[in-house]
Write a protein that binds this ligand. Structure first.
Ligand code: CP
Length: 308
């Protein structure tokens, strides 16, 4: 059983294989209509359940389209509409769904929900985001960096802002793909020490730098994300904005990065909060390639899970 639960729990050589497969699959269907099937149909006869307990645009559409391009079928389920949202246990839900479908993707709040789903399912489970990590996003981000600039190993990646779930998966990727990582943000929003520790144990240089201009100096890639995540209370918004305003990615900050640096944001963005429109639509930005590559990277993840 191959669950795709997190980047740090998946062997590095298998992550590399998925990225390479994603590039190959993207190249193979270049120029085709989005709805056209792939030449090979590895998911033919397969049913995939896509469970969302939180909102989604990219994850929902990219998984759905990806399954269809590979010949499979999907059912998109909202947590609230399932018995899961009305008291049925995660374990029972996992056992039941495993009788109907070949693969489960779940976006949920608590990491424990994902882990329980994987423990009790008899089909592979994919992490479509929890409060702690977002591994599918970072597979797409690694793919996007390499598509534009070649191997990410040895590069300097700078995360500006909130040390959130996307930042956590970036730290996992630093360890697994061998790049260096600098976090710049307020001390109250540092990434968890466990995530930093993983990257360091794997040999990546990880720095915490409070001065965003020093942090971004010489960066190959600058990344940010929304200042208020889906699981953060609305009441925290003003405090977070005040703390994070010095870490906005704007043209002055990007000037500190290398001339050929890239800018990423997993989206959705709050334009002119965490990043200015000038940066998001500027020459360094690859945000829409990043969004597209969710599709290709996740297709490779699903093939890896199913061994097809
Ligand atoms: N980046 C991302 O996961 O987007 P959605 O929330 O729209 O799925």
């Amino acid at each position: 059983m191959k669950h795709f639960l997190d980047i740090h729990t998946t062997p590095a050589d298998e992550l590399r294989g998925m990225i390479d497969k994603a590039h190959a699959m993207k190249t193979a269907r270049a120029g085709r209509p989005k709805g056209a099937p792939d030449d090979d149909q590895p998911l033919k006869g397969h049913m995939v359940a896509l469970i969302f307990e939180k909102p989604s645009t990219r994850t929902r559409v990219s998984f759905d389209v990806g399954v269809r391009q590979m010949g499979g079928e999907t059912m998109v389920l909202s947590g609230k509409e399932m018995q899961l949202g009305h008291g049925e246990t995660i374990a029972d839900t996992a056992r039941v769904l495993s009788r109907y479908v070949d693969l489960i993707m779940i976006r949920t709040f608590e990491e424990q929900t994902l882990l329980e789903m994987a423990e009790h399912a008899t089909v592979p489970v994919i992490n479509g985001l929890t409060n702690r990590t977002h591994p599918c996003q970072i597979m797409a981000d690694v793919m996007t960096y390499e598509e534009h600039r070649g191997p990410i190993a040895g590069r300097k990646v700078v995360w500006a802002g909130d040390g959130n779930n996307v930042c956590a998966s970036f730290l996992h990727a630093a360890g697994q793909f061998g790049f260096d990582f600098t976090f710049t943000g307020p001390p109250t929003l540092d990434p968890e020490p466990e995530f930093v520790g993983f990257a360091r144990e794997k040999g990546s240089k990880v720095f915490i730098e409070r001065d965003p201009f020093k942090a971004v100096a010489g960066a190959d890639l600058v990344v940010t994300d929304t200042w208020v995540s889906m699981h953060d209370p609305e009441s925290a918004k003003e405090r977070r904005h005040n703390q994070l305003r010095p870490y906005q990615v704007n043209e002055a900050l990007m000037e500190m990065a290398k001339a050929d640096s890239l800018f990423m944001h997993c989206l959705p963005a709050h334009r002119n909060d965490e990043a200015t429109s000038a940066v998001m639509d500027g020459p360094h930005s690859v945000i829409f390639d990043e969004a597209e590559n969710r599709l290709h990277a996740q297709k490779a993840v699903m093939r890896w899970c199913l061994g097809v």
